[in-house]
Design a binder for this molecule. Structure first.
Ligand code: ADP
Ligand code: MG
Length: 698
């Protein structure tokens, strides 16, 4: 944050041992980094309680009064020192289990004192063990402060850097360094946007003299964190638009129109039409498109992607669609092939398991331009895969790919192709702005018509009979049922056992030949899997028992019941995706979450959320609150989401505000040449000089 790059070893009170430990434990190497080791909470010494008010609680409180009696009590080996303390409203005991002798000598009877600590209650008696005791301050200034509490470790504590030790070094460092800290915001800029100066913020975040000052400091620091991330993203976006030449898809031609008028299997929803229009407007400009399409499971993102690909073809270009897994790529291929072939559009699939001969043929037809659309996994960004003229790249489930992979796609043609990115399930807006803030965002916020809401129930194991009866009734009506077992990566064996046991129980409850059950799991050969899936898809099997491979795998509109076993072991977005497998036909659909009786609080929240709502955007918010943004998106992206102070779950309003300020700033002064903005530019360059965000294009 600060540009002071002094090694921390030179700070007063540090020295080589402590410096090495700070680096080891917290990655702190410079004084600037040390200054960013913000307190994680504050002890409130601004308030006094009366003794009568005190109740046992795990927070520190402060009382003013005097000690009336001191004595040592208990058997010889367990002696403790007990002081009786009062402020006139009641009595409380101060207790020491260690150091009795020394403490006894230092305590004064019947003199005003300030006592600080946590209240315990034992047998109805209130006490404060090992309190901090001080003389009342003469002026309110020195007493009324919020004391910082820093995170530390055992090793640091042993070297004297407990929270108090850190505070001491911090204070000394601030005194010395504060004058040298560069502020990326000029006084005017800070004033204009209602934030305090960096110096002020740094001092107050560590040693606030009041709640108001602390809030002002937090606001400034969070604003700054979001500000520079948004600056990078919006600047990149602006550059893409102005500096990166894209291929203009000026024409809406025969391929698109023929497909749209004669081969589209359904009427597009209003939201799909709107997004197709947004894409069309974007690709026609001559600038490169970088667009994120967000939409709930089943909102129909694939057809939107196909229509965009047809635009490419109409303008003499090829298109590629990249999916994160082979199953997903295959499913896209199968679905799209059915739509494309009757319309005379050539399409192929390329994955890690494509055989040599097919691969050679695909390469050759790609280079000759005969092939219009290539679907694949990341196999299609290999350098050996060369396109005659790639104009559009669609990336499904972008968050599973790294930035480097995205960049490789850019190099597949002379100018970078247009890029359309699709999410599998919605992500919260704050997260979208942080990860994809350099993209334009389209939202498909409408499901295709005729979808009936899915009724979701939560059942405990012991209600299995009820569940079996329900499944039998649905099957009697001609419906089909999915049963999903969890897959834990660490223990494939255990999974298989789960699944096997479940399967055997099912065979007893749903005997042949009346019932047919298909099974799919990760250890099967692809042909076997395919065969079992087929048995279910064709309606021959009534029940499909599976591990989560079906999460992204199949589309069987007649299947109307989704049973999820050990539902407490699934994450929210997984549950939501799984549930999205049903409710695709015209029949009423159900999702049953089966769990054990013992549930963690988080698991309870997940299951309750699933029962309460089907809205993917709402579910995504809950998911982010539970897991935190980094975990939610996978570790790949988490670096970009690590703010020192700001929180994507709690500070959405500050993020929006910062983004607004940056938008306005860039529209008025895109080069940041204004005297008032030069420090921003310099700070930004220093901050991002090693990161892709800054250098990606330049
Ligand atoms: P997702 O957004 O989850 O990728 P898909 O593109 O797989 O959703 O679409 C889900 C299902 O809905 C598919 O069977 C698709 O054919 C169908 N579908 C998509 N759009 C429409 C629509 N406008 N009307 C009817 N069905 C649609
Ligand atoms: Mg999809």
């Amino acid at each position: 944050m600060s540009t002071t790059q002094t090694p921390i070893v030179y700070a007063d009170g540090i020295g080589p041992d402590r410096a090495a430990l700070l680096a080891e434990e917290f990655g702190i190497r410079t004084t600037a980094q040390f200054l960013e080791h913000y307190p994680f909470r504050y002890v409130d010494k601004t308030q006094f309680y009366s003794v009568a008010q005190l109740t046992a609680a795990p927070v520190e409180v402060q009382v003013k009064g005097q000690i009336t009696k001191i004595e040592e009590v208990g058997p010889p080996r367990q002696k403790r020192l007990v002081a009786t303390f009062t402020d006139g409203t009641g009595f409380i005991e101060l207790v020491w289990f260690k150091g009795a002798k020394w403490i006894r000598r230092s305590l004064k009877l019947n003199t005003p004192l300030v006592v600080f600590g946590k209240v315990n209650a034992f047998n109805g008696k209130k006490s404060i063990p090992h309190p901090e005791i001080s003389a009342p301050a003469l002026s309110s200034e020195t007493q009324s402060a919020l004391e910082p509490v820093y995170s530390t470790t055992d090793k640091l504590t042993k070297k004297g850097l407990n929270s108090k030790g850190i505070a001491k070094v911090m204070k000394a460092l601030l005194r010395k360094e504060l004058e040298h800290i560069k502020d990326p915001f000029t006084i005017e800029f800070a004033k204009e946007h209602g934030v305090v100066s960096k110096k002020q913020a740094l001092f107050w975040i560590h040693f606030p003299s009041s709640r108001e000052h602390l809030e002002a400091a937090k606001k400034r620091i969070k604003f700054e964190e979001f500000f520079f991330l948004q600056l990078t993203q919006l600047r990149n976006k602006l550059r893409n638009k102005s500096a990166i030449k894209g291929y203009p898809f000026a024409e809406v031609g025969q391929t698109f129109l023929n497909f749209y008028n004669n081969h589209l299997p359904f009427e597009l929803t209003g939201a799909q039409k709107r997004v197709v229009k947004e894409i069309r407007a974007d690709v026609a400009t001559g600038a490169q498109m970088n667009r994120l399409v967000q939409g709930d499971v089943g909102s129909g993102k694939t057809i939107v992607a196909l229509l965009a690909m047809l635009l490419a073809i109409d303008n003499g270009f090829q298109a590629a669609l990249m999916a994160p897994t082979e199953i997903l790529a295959t499913q896209h291929y199968q679905g799209l092939k059915e739509l494309c072939e009757p319309a005379g559009i050539t399409i192929e699939l390329l994955t890690g398991s494509t055989n040599k001969a097919d691969r050679a043929s695909i390469h050759q037809r790609l280079q000759s331009g005969e092939l219009h659309i290539l679907i694949g996994t990341h196999a299609l960004i290999e350098p050996t895969v060369k396109f005659a003229n790639l104009g559009l790249a669609v990336i499904d489930e972008q968050h599973r790919f790294g930035v480097a992979q995205r960049a490789k796609l850019w190099k597949k043609n002379e100018h970078p192709p247009h890029v359309l990115v699709m999410t599998a399930t919605p992500i919260p807006r704050t997260l979208a702005l942080s990860l994809y803030g350099d993209l334009d965002i389209s939202v498909i916020d409408e499901l295709p018509p005729g979808r009936k809401p899915i009724t979701t129930h939560h059942l405990y194991e012991k209600n299995r009979l009820k569940l079996n009866g329900f499944m039998q009734r649905e099957i009697a009506k001609g419906r089909q049922v999915y049963i999903v077992f969890p897959l834990i990566e660490e223990s494939e064996k255990l999974d298989l056992k789960n699944l096997q046991e479940g399967y055997e129980q099912l065979l007893r409850d749903f005997p042949r030949p009346q019932y047919q059950i298909a099974v799919v799991h990760g250890r099967m050969k692809p042909e076997e899997k395919e065969g079992e899936m087929q048995r279910f898809a064709s309606g021959k099997a009534h029940i499909l028992v599976a591990t989560t491979v079906i999460e992204v795998g199949v589309n069987v509109p007649n299947a109307s019941v989704m049973v999820i076993e050990n539902a407490e072991r699934f994450g929210l977005s997984q549950l939501h995706q799984l549930r999205g497998r049903v409710g695709r036909g015209s029949e009423e659909s159900f999702c049953v979450l089966v769990s054990s009786f013992k549930l963690s609080n988080d698991a309870k929240t997940r299951l309750e959320t699933m029962v309460r709502t089907q809205d993917g955007f709402e579910i995504a918010e809950v998911d982010m609150n539970l897991r935190g943004p980094g975990d939610m998106m996978g570790t790949r992206q988490s670096g970009q989401l690590q703010f020192k102070l700001a929180s994507l779950t709690q500070d959405g309003n500050i993020l929006n505000w910062a983004r607004g300020v940056v938008e306005q700033l860039l529209s008025n002064d895109p080069q940041l040449n204004d005297q008032n903005h030069v420090p921003i530019k310099e700070h930004w360059k220093a901050l991002y000089k090693d990161q892709w965000g800054w250098n990606r294009i330049s």
